[in-house]
Design a protein around this ligand. Structure first.
Ligand code: ADP
Length: 425
């Protein structure tokens, strides 16, 4: 296999989002969970997205896992690797975007790295280095209340500089609008002055194409699916892709009971849960009991087992920002998140043992915990449920055929859960 593009994603839903974008642009793409084992048989593809769960772990571990993924991808011919981060730049002053970028940059020898989380079609734009989520700056968006990575500064030049050892500056929109040569000139100027990273403004899709064209001349870029789109379009335009093999993923029905799990506390997911209450049985876990070590997962499983044969069900741990803050104040942010993620993984395992073969998961970290527990090594990318959320068909799973949808908290319309189940037959 010679890859046209290698990608390392810092969480599983982000990886699906990127794999979906690359597939839509015409790249045959597989999403793997972790660095693939040698015995995993992968189809011939143009791009591999290695999904890590490295967004909210210790920076040193995120670095070593990302380096292992990078080595695997480069070993399969990837001349360019995209380090895929969240389009809302989820991170803290301790990392992990800066430390991983620094390490991968060191390993590949690039003097300067293009960085942008912009993805205009999902409302993420960057102007003068400031990230906007829809019409508001990042620090005024619901991301200021994120349970793990609360974002209090919209200026990404500052945010990245606090995490990285290298100097960071900006390629502004005026330069991007002037085209690829202007961006190249600005990057040369910055790298001559010792800057190792540049946040790149992007407000329109077209800006991503300019960024993709320039990024492809480097060995590394850092960004969200928007950069993936730019890189994919540049690859297609350069005719570097092998023609021939089909992109089509089997849509043969998998059948069996279906279930949804929600661990995201995002505004969008809370709305989606409220909508789901109209059309399917919904169980709200007691987060306090989960964190205190009560056996909420067993109680929830017993509840689910009685209902699975009648139709889809939803189990949610999600609560409002005030409730999340109160729980974290009592038990600590990491301990709270971890306990709830593990309860969700227990539930997923129990549901699959009870016959569930179609599973929808809301929340990036939550999806990571669930997919790890189910031991699924990889996915082929199927139909798109909502922007950035494809139906995933498991490859090499020990439980046989399975369909999953892994949704980043903020993604999807109000009826996301029903929309997903309609496509997951
Ligand atoms: P998103 O995609 O919205 O960021 P994640 O799953 O990545 O969602 O993150 C949500 C985090 O919040 C997880 O660590 C999850 O375990 C935790 N969590 C879920 N429910 C609650 C709750 N009721 N109180 C506090 N934390 C919660």
């Amino acid at each position: 296999m010679t890859l046209a593009l290698g990608c390392i994603a810092d969480d599983y839903t982000g990886a699906s989002d990127l794999a979906n974008t690359l597939t839509r642009c015409g790249l045959r793409t597989v999403q793997t969970i972790g660095v693939p084992a040698d015995e995993l048989k992968l189809p011939e593809v143009d791009a591999v997205v290695v999904s890590l769960k490295s967004r909210s772990i210790e920076a040193a571990i995120a670095v070593s896992r990302s380096r292992a993924a990078d080595k695997w991808l480069r070993g399969r011919g990837a001349a360019h690797v995209l380090f895929k981060i969240c389009s809302t730049f989820d991170s803290t002053d301790a990392g992990n975007i800066g430390p991983v970028m620094d390490a991968l940059r060191h390993d590949c020898g690039d003097r300067i790295v293009l960085v942008t989380p912009a993805f205009p079609e999902t409302g993420r734009t960057v102007y003068q280095g400031n990230l906007f989520v829809g019409s508001v700056p990042l620090n005024e968006s619901p991301l200021r209340d994120h349970p793990l990575n609360p974002m209090h500064d919209s200026n990404l030049v500052r945010v990245l500089a606090r995490q990285s050892k290298t100097k960071v500056d900006l390629v502004d929109l005026k330069t991007v609008t002037r085209g690829a040569d202007a961006v190249r000139a600005r990057l040369s100027e910055l790298s001559a002055r010792g800057f190792g990273a540049a946040i790149v403004d992007a407000v329109f899709d077209h800006d991503l194409e300019t960024i993709g064209e320039v990024a492809l001349e480097h060995r590394l870029s850092v960004g969200a699916s928007g950069v993936g789109l730019g890189l994919a379009r540049a690859l297609v335009a350069s005719r570097k892709l092998k023609a021939g093999a089909s992109n089509a993923v089997s849509d043969a029905p998998v059948g069996g009971p279906a279930a949804c799990l929600a661990g995201s506390c995002s505004h969008a997911t809370l709305q989606q849960i409220a909508q789901a209450e109209q059309v399917m049985p919904v169980l709200h876990l007691d987060p306090e009991r989960v964190v205190a070590g009560g056996d909420e997962a067993s109680r929830a499983l017993a509840w689910a087992k009685g209902r699975l044969n009648e139709g889809p069900i939803l189990i949610a741990s999600s609560s409002t920002p005030d409730q999340v803050a109160a729980l974290q104040a009592r038990h600590g942010r990491n301990a709270t998140g971890h306990a709830i993620e593990q309860a969700m993984a227990d539930l997923a395992e129990g549901l699959v043992q009870s016959g569930v073969r179609r599973l929808v998961v809301a929340g990036g970290e939550t999806s990571g915990a669930v997919v790890d527990r189910l031991g699924i090594p990889g996915f082929l990318v199927g139909a798109e449920i909502a922007a950035g959320v494809p139906v995933l068909r498991a490859v090499g799973a020990k439980d046989g055929e399975m369909l999953l949808a892994l949704k980043s908290g903020n993604f999807g319309g109000p009826e996301f859960f029903s929309d997903a189940l309609k496509l997951m037959r």
